[in-house]
Design a protein around this ligand. Structure first.
Ligand SMILES: N[C@@H](CCC[C@H](N)C(=O)O)C(=O)O
Length: 279
């Protein structure tokens, strides 16, 4: 059988997009490995699957699989790629579409100049919703990690769990080692995406993210939203922030608690292809 796919990226966070709007796609772990593996397969951080809507209030369902095969509830960069895919493939003639992930409903649209905007929904700050096992909600949490010591961070769910750590310089931050240690901590029962945030001014910050199920990526859209929310709650960032990631810049707007986060950034199509499956 031949499986058609589209390789895309959003600020360097790369995807294999499968259009399952006409033909159902039920990925096995082996097929996901073939699609995500950068040496023995196509290669990507996430596989994104577009499906027919499961409820009438959305245009499409949107499933997200990390490189390790785990399924995630949110992918902000992927949502911009999806908005571009739907436009290019002529799957909808609407200016804005609504998509359902396993945890969230997102609204996506073209913003002009090659940029796409995603309404990422209202950030969830209650520890039970993240989920984070620490007791009461706080602006900063602390955990003691074996061989590392005490680590302070903010935490939020953007439809997936995020921890955000303040750093003096992202270039020297121990992204993979500290990221992996926090991801394995029992306080995060579903693991966590870990962002390292360097604030430059109230409108500008740098961010590196160790993603759950992947490792460090060139950009993480939900991570950029999480960092903007936590940075604002800490009183360090304003409502509009240019978040500089290794693969590009995302603009994040959050008017404050109870409001949804808007993320604007690029989405590119790299190439289209087919694989034989099973090979
Ligand atoms: N790249 C993403 C997030 C993908 C999912 C994440 N690794 C998780 O497991 O929650 C983004 O742009 O938001």
């Amino acid at each position: 059988m031949r499986l058609a796919f589209t390789k895309m990226h959003g600020a360097g966070n790369d995807f294999v997009v499968i259009d399952a709007t006409r033909t159902p796609f039920a990925p096995t772990p082996a097929l996901l490995r073939r699609l995500t593996d950068r040496r023995f397969g196509v290669g990507c951080d996430q596989v994104l699957v577009i499906e027919p809507p499961s409820t009438p209030d959305v245009d499409f369902d949107y499933r997200i699989f990390n490189a390790d095969g785990s399924e995630a509830g949110q992918c902000g960069n992927g949502a911009r790629a999806l908005a571009r895919y739907v436009r290019e493939a002529g799957l909808s003639d609407k200016d804005r579409i609504r998509v359902r992930t396993s945890t969230s409903v997102l609204e996506l649209g073209y913003a002009g100049d090659g940029l796409y905007t995603v309404d990422m929904g209202v950030p969830r700050l209650d520890p039970d919703e993240i989920p984070l096992r620490v007791g009461a909600r706080a602006i900063r949490y602390a955990l003691t990690l074996d061989g590392i010591g005490a680590v302070e961070f903010g935490a939020v769910s953007m439809g997936n769990p995020h921890a955000v750590l303040p750093v003096a310089a992202v270039e020297t931050a121990p992204v993979e080692s500290l990221g992996a240690a926090l991801q394995a901590h029992p306080a995060f029962p579903q693991s966590v995406n870990v962002g390292f945030l360097q604030v430059i001014s109230r409108e500008r910050a740098r961010l590196r993210v160790c993603e759950r199920g992947v490792g460090e990526t060139l950009a993480c859209g939900s991570g950029a939203c999480a960092a903007a929310v936590i940075g604002q709650l800490w009183g360090l960032l304003g409502e509009d922030v240019a978040m500089e990631l290794r693969g590009g810049v995302l603009r994040i707007r959050w008017p404050g608690e109870g409001h949804p986060v808007q993320m604007t950034g690029p989405a590119e199509t790299v190439f289209r292809g087919e694989i034989e499956w099973p090979s």
